[in-house]
Design a protein around this ligand. Sequence first.
Ligand SMILES: [Zn+2]
Length: 421
Amino acid sequence: MRNQIRGLMIEKGLPSFYLTINPADVYNPLVKFLAGDEIDLDKLTMDTVPDYFNQSCLIAKNPAVAAEFFNVYMKAFISEILGYDPKQDDLEGGILGVVKAYYGCVEAQGRGTLHCHMLVWLEGGLNPNQIKEKALANGCDLEFQKKLLAFLDDTISNSVPADPDPTFELDLGKVHQCATRGPTESDIGQNASISRKKDLHNLVKKCQFHTHHPTCYKYWRGAPEPKECRFDLDEKNTVPVSVFDPETGELTLRCLDGLVNNFNETMLEAIRCNMDIKFIGSGPAAKAILYYITDYITKTQLQAHVAYAALELAVGRLGEYDPNADDYTVRARRLLQKCAHAMIAKQELSAQQVVSYLMGYEDHFTSHKFSSLYWTGFVKFINDEAPSPECYRTSVELSAPVIQSNELGSEEEQGLTNSED
Ligand SMILES: [Zn+2]
């Protein structure tokens, strides 16, 4: 996956946004529908909205329905909200603009629910260096800065919008916002504008507002070390207005409430679940963020089942009885066996991940197709067909120097190979 993302970056430049979508399977009415309940999704009532307890039980018993929900949901997100058009004819675009590429990795969180981290490339999006150069051009390009900051402030929100009318009650206001599909027909009939604002207000409070839990301080080693939430959400983390640093061109975005996770209003209204949106930014800090993100979203996930199989084999071998083994060998084996068991026990694969795999659902979503080019073999073939000894430092004495230069080539060129189509 990492090479594919690198391939996209080489061809399309650096991405503009980093999104996290965390579909609420324990609340979403689509799960209830997919599980066979004949509810009218467009006309939910107090009797048909999912009940948290029942739906949690349903998902625990039937991870297949949760995996299907996630797959349907993400595909709808890509086609309707990002508005990605594979033919690239649609110039209207989606919520963020015209998307020219995206790459999202699926992973499971502690309780097994699937979520997606996604990089989005926009048509006309500038690289962090270009943003910095443009913002600092001719002293300081204030017009450019103003436009970019206005776009970002409009796209990324991070505070609970004001309650438009504390006396106004939505039809389904008493149930969790993630279990509804927004204001009902009667809400809209009563007051369309107030009901949408009220709905958004409730949604942000429910999905985006962070309450500290003991897990926030999991890595805190006690005083005198400062007690900080590891998700970096704190009342004190506020920035009143978005600004460009006139010296470095570094971009600092507005943060009105340190306890509210970034979101996009329209996206949140549509997907009705926890989300995060980050702009990749400007200057060297943006590149550092990108390096971290690429590393983070492609972490070991796929190797989990490989590691599992290898460990299982090792444990099997260690367990074989050998009558000639001495005491030390037996103890050493036991130690290894214990370590292997512990590693297997820690290697989590959620039921939803397993079902996704069995059903052939995507473990990543992307706009592009990739083909691997095995560079070493490719170079060897060319070299065999048309040897060019002048390219190599030592004179051609059979294979040794050739292998060395092939290996160098393969490392340098790996990224390029993926952007071929
Ligand atoms: Zn916290």
